[in-house]
Design a protein around this ligand. Structure first.
Ligand SMILES: [Zn+2]
Length: 280
């Protein structure tokens, strides 16, 4: 029996971290099945992102039971609830939730600026609400000395302006980055703690702009995510996504980079731990 081989296989197989999923959603019948896929594909950890108070609670139920999972607390986004009658109340609720679950929560909010889904009748009004929530989220992260997850769609200039004015000192990650190397370069100038999240989209045949970005930013700024149940990578495109499939995202990034596959895998894993301040 060649134990060296087994030893190497174990080490190499478990250096993958899905830094963004929603396995707590109703799309999944049983978390054990998702854990099995993670294990089969060598994925060690997955971070469950809450999209509101309830979905963060559901993520906590899983994380208390399984050490493979961490939780990110989320605040209802104005797209789901355009009026957010009581933002202060919502924030207070989430603050308490974090205080009570510090052990599992890796301290981040998903901060949105998304102009793709705007109501055509009140574009300016909705942009203003989104900007207000965006700024409030940044303040909240500052208060707790937390990093932030930033979701930007069709709003690159406004998001850049807010972030540069905020002079945010902690880690920032741009969710589901699919844009050009030029936009990435602009955001890289914003902070030396900025990261880019690459999802299953990077495996799509027509995703040329993101495939051009991957080899053109520092490896130290790259993280991988699934955003499961959404955005399943090739060869599972259009199927239900799951954290294990982050392996296919990583494989594509290895293919696009010039470093050795081992170095790419190890560095991205280290980046994930550093981003979430997790000690392995
Ligand atoms: Zn998500």
């Amino acid at each position: 029996m060649d134990y060296t081989f087994i030893y190497n296989t174990i080490i190499i197989n478990f250096m993958i971290f899905d830094t963004h999923s929603h396995l707590q959603f109703d799309d999944y019948d049983n978390i054990e099945n998702e854990l099995k896929t993670m294990e089969e594909l060598g994925v060690k950890y997955s971070t469950l992102i809450g999209s509101d108070f309830e979905s963060t609670e559901n993520a906590l139920v899983i994380a208390r039971k399984h050490s493979e999972f961490f939780v990110v607390a989320g605040i209802t986004h104005p797209i789901e609830s355009p009026q957010i009658a009581n933002l202060e109340e919502e924030i207070a609720k989430v603050e308490t939730q974090i205080m009570e679950n510090r052990k599992y929560i890796v301290w981040i909010w998903e901060v949105w600026l998304d102009y793709f889904h705007l109501n055509q009748e009140k574009i300016e009004e909705e942009k203003e609400i989104q900007k207000r929530v965006f700024i409030e989220n940044i303040k909240l992260a500052e208060k707790f000395n937390l990093p932030i997850i930033v979701h930007i769609r069709d709003a690159w200039d406004d998001a850049y302006e807010i972030l540069s004015k905020a002079n945010f000192a902690n880690n920032i990650v741009i969710h589901c980055y699919t844009w050009s190397p030029e936009i990435a370069a602009k955001y890289l100038n914003l902070s030396d703690k900025i990261y880019f999240w690459f999802s299953g989209i990077v495996t799509f045949k027509n995703a040329l702009s993101v495939q051009e970005t991957v080899p053109n930013i520092p490896l130290a700024r790259i993280l991988v995510e699934t955003d499961a149940p959404y955005l399943a990578p090739v060869p599972y495109r259009w199927k239900l996504n799951t954290s294990g499939y982050v392996k296919f995202v990583l494989d594509k990034i290895k293919e696009l980079r010039t470093e050795t596959p081992e170095l790419v895998e190890n560095t991205i894993y280290e980046n994930s731990l550093r981003f979430y301040w997790i000690t392995d």
